[in-house]
Write a protein that binds this ligand. Sequence first.
Ligand code: SF4
Length: 86
Amino acid sequence: MAEGKKYGGMEAPAVLKNHYGSYVFVNKKMDELRRTECLCYNCANLNFHRPDNENCPIAGAFYKICQITNVALAVTRCPKFIFEEK
Ligand code: SF4
């Protein structure tokens, strides 16, 4: 595996990148969309300034998975989403 090489036949093939000292496969297109399009980032139930126990428990579980496994997730469906301009 070589850093920067493209993997797969996706529209935006995965690229191997060093992320905080670990090598991870990145779909750059999805990664960029995640920052604006993820439901959690646009939801009133998630506030990065509130303590964990006052935040959305679903988002909290996703966050723990991301921390433990070094993956990034984008939520595209949620029954509890409440739009909030951020
Ligand atoms: S309610 Fe859904 S969209 Fe909102 S923060 Fe929780 S998981 Fe994300």
